[in-house]
Design a protein around this ligand. Structure first.
Ligand code: SF4
Length: 135
């Protein structure tokens, strides 16, 4: 039966994938009790997942001046799940210019989250089109 004071969450911190039950409990220091976790990391994850769920955001951005049209990027830290669409919207409005180095910040403070977006591979500048051999 649905209980507004508890939520079922699957822990994704490690491959064990414990099924957690996060229960509202005023007597706990953080206001919640976590059942079913095998470690402290799971307890922390369970509480965060019901209070402020966050995710890493791996995606790609448009780039010009190189041999591919898009470059893989990700957020430097997890961002609030509720901000994912705003972040994608901002990321999709940017076009980068090669060269870009791996780890370089390509977009600061995406969607006001305080988190930067970084490149996850380097891309050299290529001014000549790739040679086509044949015939
Ligand atoms: S609670 Fe601990 S053991 Fe279980 S999935 Fe989460 S991190 Fe892994």
């Amino acid at each position: 039966m649905y209980n507004p004071h508890q939520q079922e969450v699957t822990c994704i911190v490690c491959p064990v994938g414990c099924k957690l039950t996060v229960v509202r409990d005023e007597h706990e220091p953080e206001g919640y009790r976590v059942l079913g976790s095998q470690c402290k990391r799971g307890e922390h994850y369970g509480i965060k997942e019901v209070t402020n769920p966050t995710r890493m955001l791996p995606t790609t951005m448009a780039i010009r001046g190189t041999h591919l049209p898009r470059i893989p990027v990700r957020t430097a830290e997890p961002i609030p799940k509720a901000k994912i669409f705003d972040c994608m919207d901002e990321i999709n409005r940017v076009e980068l210019e090669a060269p870009i180095k791996i780890g370089e910040v390509v977009l600061e403070n995406v969607a006001g989250t305080g988190v930067d977006v970084v490149a996850t591979r380097s891309m050299e500048r290529v001014t000549e089109p790739l040679a086509v051999h044949g015939g």
